[in-house]
Design a protein around this ligand. Structure first.
Ligand SMILES: NC(=O)c1ccc[n+]([C@@H]2O[C@H](COP(=O)([O-])OP(=O)(O)OC[C@H]3O[C@@H](n4cnc5c(N)ncnc54)[C@H](OP(=O)(O)O)[C@@H]3O)[C@@H](O)[C@H]2O)c1
Length: 270
């Protein structure tokens, strides 16, 4: 990517999103910070500008838990104005909740919102755009099928639902690469990073903050695989830690990817 190319970063108010914006701004990239909370986004932008004066940072509002909001945001992006998309935003919902679209919230923010956003932006991006999807090591502990996309209150388990939403993203990422072979679609797994996300609302969180969090990666370090993935000139590379590797065999299942893509398409009404 050329340094003047504009990049959309979702979840730019959070740990790794904000770290990515700052790193990209330092390299000279204009960034469109796609955030749901305007005040937080303005504060993050001001903070980054205090360290990177002259950075070209714009804010766009998008709530990934609302398909209408995703559509409105995608509509606001000028064709040809962006070269790369970093699907970074994510959440681990503490309990079962349903969005205005009737979808489980963790799935909506980590999977349906980013999938719809990516699909709607495709006609506005160059054919060889760079797209990076943030996934998670938790994916390795779960399997999914079409039914997993719509967990019920009975199925909901905080970390398992999150892992399944990320696993769906792994499938989406591979199917996207298959259907759009000129795109540079890649994935990044940041490892365990000391951000707000890992406060799970459990009784021991305050102890974990003091005793364990200091040993986790910083957002600046955790986001490095994603930053490298953004520059990748191939497809379907999997960035984890300092490694860039082929997608692990456990995630390779083109039949599953196709069925997840088709079911998703129905759910997001594309
Ligand atoms: N931290 C880890 O150990 C870890 C490990 C593996 C993968 N990841 C992934 O890395 C990515 C970044 O996470 P992080 O650790 O930096 O978490 P974070 O600090 O909690 O940041 C999450 C970001 O997502 C945004 N977000 C949440 N719900 C949203 C919604 N409905 N619409 C739009 N944006 C929304 C948040 O916005 P607000 O500021 O408005 O809440 C925030 O900017 C996520 O995809 C996460 O799943 C993290």
């Amino acid at each position: 990517m050329e340094i003047n190319e504009r990049i959309i970063v979702t979840g730019a108010t959070g740990g790794m999103g904000a770290a990515a914006v700052e790193a990209l701004a330092k390299e000279g990239h204009p960034v469109l910070m796609a955030c749901r909370n305007l005040k937080k986004a303005q504060a993050t932008r001001a903070d980054i500008l205090s360290r990177v004066p002259g950075a070209k940072l714009e804010i766009g509002l998008v709530d990934l838990a609302s398909l209408d909001s995703v559509r409105a945001f995608a509509e606001s992006v000028e064709p040809g104005s962006v070269s790369a998309l970093f699907n970074n935003a994510g959440v681990i919902s503490r309990g079962f909740s349903i969005t205005e679209d009737g979808l489980e919230n963790t799935f909506s923010v980590n999977y349906f919102g980013p999938s719809l956003l990516t699909r709607l932006l495709l006609p506005k991006l160059p054919q060889d755009a760079h797209i990076v999807n943030m996934v998670s090591l938790t994916c390795r502990f779960v399997s999914i099928d079409e039914a997993s996309l719509r967990p019920t209150a009975k199925d909901f388990r905080q970390l398992i639902t999150y892992a399944r939403a990320k696993r769906a993203m792994v499938s989406f990422s591979q199917e996207l690469a298959r259907r759009y072979p000129l795109l540079h679609v890649n994935m990044a797994d940041p490892g365990v990073v000391g951000t707000d996300m890992i406060d799970l609302g459990w009784w021991f969180d305050p102890f974990a903050d003091v005793l364990v969090k200091p040993f986790f990666k910083t957002p600046q370090s955790g986001v490095q695989p994603a930053l490298r993935a953004l520059r990748e000139e191939k497809q379907n590379r999997y960035y984890v830690g300092k490694q860039c590797k082929a997608i692990p065999a456990r995630y390779i299942n083109p039949f599953l990817d196709k069925s997840i893509w088709e079911e998703t398409q129905k759910i997001i009404k594309l």
